[in-house]
Design a protein around this ligand. Structure first.
Ligand code: PEP
Ligand code: MN
Length: 286
């Protein structure tokens, strides 16, 4: 017999069928593999326009991009703030893309809220419980990154805080945890993706970019995530990664993203998932 978990609303015991979150026509947690791509941070009009136009041509429906960035060093680029949000809005309208961007602090919620379709809660905030409670009162889907030092139980209890507030639209995002081995930026918990699917009804996606810190590992980490049952992927991509103001080494070149999509589809098919973005891309390109 399995023990009753400490989290309740997030558990499969509470709700056995999977939660499907419908946002801008995408059904996250459904049969279709959900893809989010974009730069770590919004840097300029030219940068975000190039990335947004490219990914929308690939059939990808969601653009990521930080306007407020949680950087380890206060001397690193902190984001364009309001200007970044305005640029996200501009390209989302132009290319009909959904937006996901991070709300880094409760004091920024009102400012960011109107600009985003999915609220990203960063790894560093996964244990900010007062913040999670307040996010639970919002009515937009929330992408909850796993804390870099969080156990599976702590991660699901963090989701519980949001669910308890009344917001049932929580997407879990595995983004690697810190282990003794520093050869990767973090250690992507592949079995943790499968376990989260067993323990919770919430959609689970994978962020291979923060997990590996290395663009040469994005494809294998993505394929492994899909094979483990991830409902989607969030991948960093940049028009000029060498000049990126944040997370350049882990950001894909635009063409690299395009080249790996057919392999995503093959592995997705092996686990009975569809890739509607791929079909639309083919239709656009015939
Ligand atoms: C990011 O997605 O760019 C990011 C900062 O993520 P995390 O909170 O997982 O470090
Ligand atoms: Mn990043």
């Amino acid at each position: 017999m399995t023990d009753t978990p400490k989290y309740k609303l997030a558990s499969r015991q509470w709700k056995s069928e999977k939660t499907i979150i419908d946002v801008k026509g995408c059904k996250i947690g459904g049969n279709d593999l959900f893809l989010i791509a974009g730069p770590c941070a919004v840097e300029s009009e030219d940068q975000i326009d190039q990335v947004a136009s490219y990914i929308s041509n690939l059939g990808i429906k969601f653009l990521r991009g930080g306007a407020f960035k949680p950087r380890t060093s206060p001397y690193s680029f902190q984001g364009l703030h309001k200007e970044g949000l305005e640029l996200l809005k501009q390209v989302s309208q132009q290319y009909n893309l959904g937006i996901i961007t991070e709300v880094m602090d409760l004091s920024l919620l009102d400012e960011v809220y109107p600009y985003t379709d999915i609220i990203q809660i960063g790894s560093r905030n996964m244990k900010n419980y007062h913040f999670l409670k307040e996010i639970g009162k919002t009515d937009k889907p929330v992408l909850l990154k796993r804390g870099m030092d969080a156990t599976m139980e702590e991660w699901l209890l963090a989701a519980e805080y949001i669910l308890l507030g009344g917001n049932e639209q929580v997407i879990l995002c595995e983004r690697g945890i810190r282990t003794f081995d520093t050869s990767n930026r973090n250690t992507l918990d592949i079995a943790g993706i499968a376990l989260a699917q067993q323990l919770s009804h919430l959609p689970v996606i994978s962020d291979p970019s923060q997990a590996t810190g290395n663009r040469s590992l994005i494809k294998p980490a993505s394929l492994a995530s899909i094979a483990a049952g991830a409902d989607g992927l969030m991948i960093e991509v940049h028009n000029d990664p060498k000049e990126a103001l944040s997370d350049g080494p882990q950001s894909l070149y635009l063409e690299q993203l395009k080249e790996m999509l057919p392999a995503f589809e093959k592995v997705a098919q092996a686990v009975n998932k569809s890739c509607s973005w791929q079909k639309e891309h083919e239709t656009v390109n015939v």
